[in-house]
Structure formats: structure tokens, C-alpha cells
Write a protein of this length. Structure first.
Length: 63
């Protein structure tokens, strides 16, 4: 079973990667893909906030 530290680390890594993909999709006009990824983006924000992670420094989307 993963520790809370491992879960937080994995969530931060996924959050960062997802944002890069979202920005690329938006840049290329692929708004369908962007909207699909946005749901996971919000889920990860909730997970990180509940884990007391300050995401203001790593949030590139800021929605």
C-alpha cells in the first residue's frame, strides 16, 4: 500500500504532466481533448488541496 507521501508525489507529477498536455491541446485548438482532461485536472486539484499541498506555484492553468 502506497504511503501518503507517495500518493502526493504521484499526484503532483500527474498534475504537472496533465497541465502540459492541456496547454498543448488548447494551443492546437483541440478543445474536446482539453475538456476531457479538465475533469482530471479538477480531481487532482482536490486531491492536492486535501493533502495540504499549496498548488499556486505549480498550477499553470489557474482556472
Amino acid at each position: 500500500m502506497p504511503s501518503i507521501s507517495e500518493i502526493i508525489k504521484d499526484s503532483i507529477v500527474e498534475f504537472s504532466r496533465l497541465q502540459d498536455w492541456m496547454l498543448s491541446a488548447k494551443e492546437h485548438g483541440d478543445m474536446d481533448t482539453y475538456r476531457m482532461m479538465h475533469k482530471r485536472y479538477l480531481e487532482l486539484k482536490v486531491i492536492l488541496a486535501a493533502s495540504s499541498v499549496n498548488i499556486t506555484e505549480i498550477d499553470k492553468i489557474r482556472e
